[in-house]
Design a protein around this ligand. Sequence first.
Ligand code: COA
Length: 173
Amino acid sequence: MEGGLVVTTIAVYPGTFDPVTYGHINILKRAAKIFDKVIMAVAADNYKNTIFSVEERLSLIQQCCQKGCLKDIPNIEVDIFHGLLINYLEEKKAVAIIRGLRAISDFEYEMQMAAINKHLNCKVETVFLMTAAEYSFVSSSIIKSVAMMGGDVDKFVPPVVVDALKDKYKVGD
Ligand code: COA
């Protein structure tokens, strides 16, 4: 409470999520314990060549929220954002950006991103959560490489994503 007003702290967890993995979901669940609301924001515009369209990436996460591993967490929202992340945070009145750190190799890029975002809006903080050890080597790219060759990825991505990857790569055809 602040001067009789209820203050809601909103955080945004942005990413490409092509596709979402259990590593991302682990970060999201932990962030949801810290903030009143966490918006998982799927980037529509970026330099990556994604295999899933932004609508497909959003839909995979929404399915996890409706009937999958995120269904019991009420303070999570999923959305698409366009353009600059910092503008999206301002629009949503969010105070923090959540990022997962897997290894020291993530650090330089993440530090650069946090610094530019701070420069663009000094009120916004970037909060880093250490990725759970069991997902420290997981990335969307590595999952796609394994799935493309018909390998088993079900320990690392939700069932809807396993099916979507099989469909995308037409494994078994
Ligand atoms: N578990 C598993 N994988 C993880 C992870 C975790 N906890 N944390 C990161 N990753 C992986 C991702 O899967 C991804 O793998 P990939 O490179 O194989 O696809 C990689 O680490 C990092 O990607 P991601 O977390 O999706 O972030 P990103 O770097 O693709 O997204 C944006 C960056 C979209 C947030 C950033 O580019 C952005 O804000 N864009 C908007 C424009 C803007 O504002 N620019 C100025 C600020 S940079």
